[in-house]
Every structure is written in structure tokens, then in C-alpha cells.
Design a protein around this ligand. Structure first.
Ligand code: FNR
Length: 331
């Protein structure tokens, strides 16, 4: 269909289902085992209802936000997702151009399909980017990546903490891997007795021994604000504040990691109940199943600074940078 016939994230998903290769669709859309967390992310967010207030002058409103000090035209940003090139030959480069035109922040995955420097260069001057980090078992490699990030003007590091081991994504495992390589991780796809699965393959270099002390190492080496991505309880949000994090991202990896983990929106409600002071200490982001402006508004109303949008942006890339722009404008 023509881009202008698409009016929602669900429409983009439908096009992606019909146009991506089976392997790309499986990798993008899949989630861990029985998809409980994946489906409940969206379902539970939809069950949280508004209590709209009335008679406030809404003649002039603004959706502008500062996210980790970066100017954004909206209170949402692009969550990091691997291998955007499976959707479009320009992959993350097209994403960068689309984000530049819409004034939104792109968080680049450690498993992006283009090198970090090329992605940053594809955007406009001073365009804000975050980098998502998987710590490499070969730690000097991570130190190199972090110094490179600082030099490239990356504005914050989102350290993923919910996936020390990859989730069991059966749809991804069932389809034999194509010969795709990840530009930054250097992983090359191959199937073995345990099945294929790009997720499992790309996780091979991820350090499993990461602990709280390492947050300080990441901060020191990068010199950048650090956000933990994949925080799933009030207790860990408090610890993140105590360990000097600049933000937490309430996330379960879009249900792709531990199936049965509580939906992200329930974690946000838990923070309200158990540690309301946290919202003054650090920035709180959230992702998982947010597809509409109204979904996003619920999280913002509950104190989140911004919401991450994952799969919908990958799906929008079937139309390249124009898809990214059109999705951003859709409600
Ligand atoms: C992801 N996600 C992810 N997260 C991360 O920290 N590093 C990564 O490399 C990836 N890669 C990735 C690939 C694909 C195909 C998907 C769908 C997701 C998780 C992502 O950042 C985000 O948490 C979820 O996608 C949010 O949920 P929604 O918006 O997709 O429902």
C-alpha cells in the first residue's frame, strides 16, 4: 500500500508481515517462549484507564520534552533494535535521517547492522543519539566502543541488563538463519543442533558476570550519562539511583528475554506505590507494547519522562526514512 494509506503502527506491522522475508519477520516479531510478557505488555497498558481533567486551557499545547538533556519534539524515542538492515538496505542510516527530520532521539543498538560512526554521520549535525550497550566478554572492546561513542558525540549510554542470556524465541529458532552478519558484534549466522535463532547468535559475546560495580566503570570510561535498560522492580530502581545512574528504563526487552516477567506498565505502577521519590532522583523511561499516542500518554501521566518504541520503527523501515517520519506522525 501507499504510505499515506497507513494510519497506525498496526498498519505498518501488517505491511511488514507481508513484505519482510520470513526470517526477518520471525526475528523482529518474535518473543520468548509463550509470548506471555510480550502480549501482556500491550494488553495491560490498554487496561490502565485515564481520569481526564476538564476545563484547562488547551488552546496551546506542546509535546516537546527533554530526554536525558536532549531536545525532542515528542515524549518518545526509538528503542534500540538489532539489524535494521533486514527491513531496508539503508537500515539504521534511514532511521537516523528519519529521526533527524522528526527531531526525535534514536538509540543505536550494539548489534546495529551499520557501524556506529556511519549511523551518526547519516544524521544531521548535533542530532542526539543514545548508544545501547551490551558489555563484551572482551572488556577492552567495550572500552574502545565507549571511547568511540564519546568522541562521536553520543549523548547517553543505555546499558541492557535484562538479557545476560538470550531468550528462547521459538519463531526465530525455527527458521534457518540466512547468512547475515552483524556489523558491530561481528557475529555470523549459522545453525547448530540447538537450533538457529539470530537472537541467540548475537548474544554470544555478551558478558554474563556484570554487576552493580560495573556501572561505575561504564560511567567512568564513557564519561556519559548512564541509564539501565531492563529494570523490572522498585528495588532495582532504588539501587540504580544509589549507584549513581542517570536513569532507568523499565523494560523486559519487548517480552523477548524472560517470559513471565511482569509487563512494563506494572513496574511503573510499582514505582509509584513503593518509591515515588525515585522520579525526582533519576529519569524513568519505559518500553514494551507502546503503539499509540494514548499508550504513551498513560506512561507520561504516571511520571515517565519518555517512552521507547521498538518494533513499530523496525516495521516502518520497510518504507525507509519516509516510513520513520510517517510513523512518528501517526497516532
Ligand atoms: C530488540 N531489543 C533490543 N534491546 C537491546 O537492548 N538491544 C538490542 O540489540 C535489541 N534488539 C532488538 C531487536 C528486535 C528485533 C526487537 C524487536 C527488540 C528490545 C528493544 O530495545 C525494546 O526493549 C523492545 O522492542 C520494546 O518493545 P516493543 O516496542 O517492540 O513492543
Amino acid at each position: 500500500p501507499h504510505l499515506h494509506q497507513l494510519i497506525s503502527a498496526a498498519d505498518f506491522q501488517e505491511v511488514a508481515r507481508n513484505t519482510l522475508t520470513p526470517k526477518a519477520w520471525a526475528f523482529y516479531s518474535s518473543a520468548a517462549t509463550d509470548l506471555v510478557t510480550h502480549t501482556q505488555n500491550k494488553a495491560v497498558t490498554r487496561r490502565v484507564m485515564f481520569r481526564p481533567r476538564i476545563l484547562r486551557d488547551v488552546k496551546t499545547v506542546s509535546t516537546k520534552r527533554k530526554i536525558l538533556g536532549c531536545d525532542s519534539s515528542v515524549p518518545f524515542f526509538v528503542s534500540p533494535a538489532a539489524m535494521a538492515r533486514l527491513a531496508h538496505p539503508d537500515g539504521e542510516l534511514a532511521l537516523a535521517r528519519g529521526c533527524a527530520n522528526e527531531d526525535i532521539v534514536q538509540c543505536i543498538s550494539s548489534n546495529a547492522s551499520y557501524p556506529l560512526a556511519s549511523i551518526v554521520k547519516a544524521g544531521r549535525k548535533d542530532q542526539p543519539f543514545f548508544l545501547q550497550l551490551y558489555v563484551n566478554v572482551d572488556r577492552p572492546k567495550t572500552e574502545d566502543l565507549l571511547s568511540k561513542a564519546a568522541l562521536l558525540g553520543i549523548r547517553g549510554i543505555l546499558v541492557t541488563v535484562d538479557a545476560p542470556v538470550p531468550g528462547k524465541r521459538e519463531a526465530d529458532e525455527r527458521i534457518a538463519a540466512e547468512n547475515v552478519a552483524s556489523a558491530i558484534s561481528g557475529a555470523v549466522a549459522s545453525n547448530d543442533k540447538k537450533g538457529g535463532g539470530m537472537g541467540r547468535l548475537m548474544a554470544q559475546y555478551v558478558e554474563k558476570s556484570l554487576i552493580w560495580e560495573d556501572v561505575q566503570w561504564i560511567k567512568r570510561v564513557s564519561g556519559l550519562p548512564v541509564v539501565l535498560k531492563g529494570v523490572q522492580s522498585a528495588m532495582d530502581s532504588r539501587m540504580a539511583a544509589d549507584w549513581g545512574c542517570d536513569g532507568v528504563m523499565l523494560s523486559n526487552h519487548g517480552g523477548r528475554s524472560l517470559d513471565g516477567a511482569q509487563p512494563s506498565i506494572l513496574v511503573l505502577l510499582e514505582l509509584h506505590r513503593m518509591c515515588p521519590e525515585i522520579f525526582d532522583k533519576l529519569e524513568v523511561y519505559i518500553d514494551g507494547g507502546f503503539e499509540r499516542g494514548s499508550d504513551i500518554l498513560k506512561a507520561i501521566s504516571l511520571g515517565a519522562t519518555a517512552v521507547g518504541v521498538g518494533r513499530p520503527y523496525l516495521y516502518s523501515l520497510t518504507y525507509g526514512e519516509e516510513g520513520v517520519e510517517h510513523l512518528t506522525q501517526s497516532k
